[in-house]
Design a protein around this ligand. Structure first.
Ligand SMILES: [Zn+2]
Length: 113
């Protein structure tokens, strides 16, 4: 649901993965099983992740290039996105990748429930 542009415009794979990590919610959790408090945490985390990305100049992992042609700086701060098999920055568990709705999602199996 978080990647459905008719629900939330502008939140792609990277920001959604990062926001879910901060909120502690697994990408495989059904929208109907997310608590109100978790919804608030996801919304707050999405805003924080997007603001931080703007501050650091965007994400160049997939397609973003700054107006001057340089790469964005946000990808250096990724916690889970495209870090499959690497240790979680918080707990050290290996980051996993799963396909949700034909999109790749990345999460920590210990930090996200
Ligand atoms: Zn973790």
């Amino acid at each position: 649901m978080l990647l459905d542009q008719s629900v939330i415009a502008g939140s792609g794979n990277i920001y959604t993965d990062e926001a879910l990590f901060i909120a502690g919610v697994r990408p495989t959790r059904r929208a109907g099983k997310v608590t109100r408090a978790e919804c608030d945490a996801i919304a707050e985390a999405t805003r924080a992740v997007m603001l931080r990305s703007i501050e650091t100049g965007g994400s160049s992992i997939s397609d973003y290039v700054a107006p001057d042609g340089s790469d964005g700086g946000y990808q250096d701060e990724r916690r889970v996105y495209s870090r499959t098999g690497q240790p979680c920055v918080d707990c050290g568990a290996l980051v996993k990748r799963v396909v949700v709705g034909q999109r790749s999602s990345h999460y920590c199996p210990k930090c996200q429930r």
